[in-house]
Design a protein around this ligand. Structure first.
Ligand SMILES: [Zn+2]
Length: 156
């Protein structure tokens, strides 16, 4: 897959096994503001991928590096999900519907990442799943059903 590279300095280099994909929305007023924040050494946040409303996929941190997107988080017995996950940010103020092209790109990206890193379908989660009460993204407009209808599964 082709990605537009817009590197973020916010990541750690660590040996790791990938187990999760975590979906977010940016929750910012514009894509430009969101990217600026995801590259800010002061904000200390980042993501592996960001998908524009038109479906352009930007890569900000390499898959093998630890991006800073999940914060305090847990799923089952796993804590600090940043260590084992890939983060995907969708440009969205938080209360907007997700455009078709954005979701189409997300589905393609997830399929690609799942195959590449052998990630199970049940480990494709939202930020709200791993940080309940603290985080609401990707929110009520996020089409989980579309995601599972797209045959993303590899018999998991
Ligand atoms: Zn989030």
């Amino acid at each position: 897959m082709k990605f537009v590279k817009i590197p973020s300095p916010n990541f750690d280099k660590k040996e790791r096994t990938l187990k999760y994909i975590i979906i977010h929305y940016t929750g910012m007023k514009s894509q430009k503001v969101a990217i600026k924040r995801l590259q800010s050494k002061v904000a200390k946040v980042s993501t592996h991928y960001l998908i524009s409303k038109r479906g352009v996929i930007y890569q900000m941190v390499k898959d093998q590096h630890v991006a800073w997107h999940a914060g305090k988080s847990r799923w089952g017995s796993d804590k600090n999900l940043n260590l084992k996950s890939i983060g995907i940010e969708l440009v969205n103020k938080g209360d907007e519907k997700f455009p078709y092209l954005q979701i189409k790109s997300l589905c393609m990206l997830i399929k690609y990442l799942k195959n590449k890193h052998k990630i199970q379908k049940k480990h494709v989660l939202g930020h709200s799943h791993i940080a309940p009460g603290r985080k609401a993204d990707p929110g009520i407009h996020f089409p989980w059903k579309k995601l599972s209808n797209q045959k993303l599964s590899n018999n998991h």
